[in-house]
Write a protein that binds this ligand. Structure first.
Ligand code: DGL
Length: 356
């Protein structure tokens, strides 16, 4: 026979547990997963195919269903924004995605956003969103290096980690983040440094932290302007001006630079050797293009730490050129295009490159 006291304490415990469960349910973050394609949605013919597969095959609902453990982290829902390999992203895709992220971030019933994305241009999308989405809510871009059909596939844990990061209030206010291989990177400076390994993503300035077993651990925070502190806003951007990239090397000529300008490029990013050096065979053409209003931005094919120093390899003040600072050519293209939505003054463009 249960004593009255025991019965009362059992009832009180059950009520307490029910309350705790309901409070937890109410406090679970609401996270939206925007799927765009890539290897994380890829499928190969054989489990041994870790690098030979078709990207952009698995729909977002199947992606979410493949990692049921995520339901303990957040209330999730998915949207299929695109289903493409990321090397095929265009500036129109960037603007469309940016508009959707900004609209969701405004909603009170959205606490965080995850974007699944091919890894080839993931760094460009993450940087673009870092510059144009005015929110301090977590926005996390994630991909995978192996398709879900492969042995030791990395996509499921990367996605779980991305949802954990997007659900965590500690992730707020750090700009757009990239989660890959247990690390949390700033979308500003992370790059795909290796082409077929799960540890492909690196930042010359290191990761911001790690996510382990559903929890985030932070060690640094970004110092460059982003999101709510950015002068760029996707709501004011209809399209991006065309900007091209030309690669420096031995025996280089000015053909590519002239062709880019002839095709309508409003800025040319020079992926220079060394410290953004420009061949003597190319300098006259770049000076002439500048005189015709084309912005010239000196980046470098050398990445992994350091930055292009203004007026070092070339007299940038005299030529009215811009240096990309530490941004690699593909990131410099994004910032140059956004800068040109606000100015054609090279000194103002340079200010953007020093502050963002
Ligand atoms: N086609 C590449 C892409 O969509 C595959 C690379 C990947 O997603 O890991 O970026």
């Amino acid at each position: 026979m249960l004593t009255k006291t025991f019965t009362r304490s059992l009832a009180a415990t059950l009520v307490g547990l029910a309350l705790a469960a309901s409070v937890h349910a109410q406090t679970k973050s609401h996270v939206v997963v925007l799927a765009t394609g890539g290897t994380i949605a890829g499928a190969g013919a054989d489990a041994a195919n870790s690098a030979t597969y078709q990207a952009a095959k698995v729909p977002v609902d199947k992606l979410l269903a493949s990692v049921p453990e995520m339901s303990k982290l957040a209330d999730l829902r998915g949207e299929q924004v695109f289903q493409i390999a990321s090397e095929s992203f265009t500036d129109e895709h960037l603007v469309t995605l940016g508009r959707r992220v900004a609209a969701l971030a405004k909603q009170d019933d959205v606490d965080g956003i995850v974007i699944t994305h091919g890894t080839d241009t993931l760094e460009e999308t993450a940087f673009f969103l870092n510059l144009v989405v005015p929110t301090d809510k977590p926005v996390v871009v994630v991909g995978s290096m192996r398709p879900g059909t492969a042995l030791s596939a990395d996509g499921a844990l990367n996605l779980y980690n991305a949802v954990a990061t997007a659900s965590d209030r500690a992730s707020r206010g750090k700009g757009v983040l990239v989660v890959m291989n247990d690390e949390i990177f700033s979308g500003r400076d992370v790059t795909k440094a290796i082409n077929i390994r799960p540890d492909a993503f690196k930042s010359p300035w290191g990761s911001l932290g790690m996510v382990v077993e559903g929890k985030t651990y932070w060690f640094r925070a970004p110092v460059k302007r982003h999101t709510v502190n950015s002068e760029f806003n996707i709501e004011a951007i209809k399209s991006l001006p065309p900007v091209g990239i030309a690669y420096g090397s031995g025996n280089v000529t000015d053909v590519a630079y002239k062709a880019l300008a002839a095709s309508g490029a409003k800025a040319i990013i020079h992926a220079g050797t060394g410290n953004g050096s420009v061949s003597a065979q190319v300098v006259p053409a770049l000076r002439e293009l500048r005189s015709k209003g084309v912005q010239i931005v000196r980046s470098a094919r050398v990445t992994g730490g350091g930055f292009v120093l203004r007026n070092a390899e070339q007299p940038d003040d005299q030529y009215d050129w811009v240096v990309a600072h530490d941004l690699n050519p593909q990131k410099a293209r994004i910032l140059a295009a956004l800068a040109l939505t606000r100015t054609t003054d090279a000194r103002e463009v340079q200010r953007f490159f020093m502050e963002y």
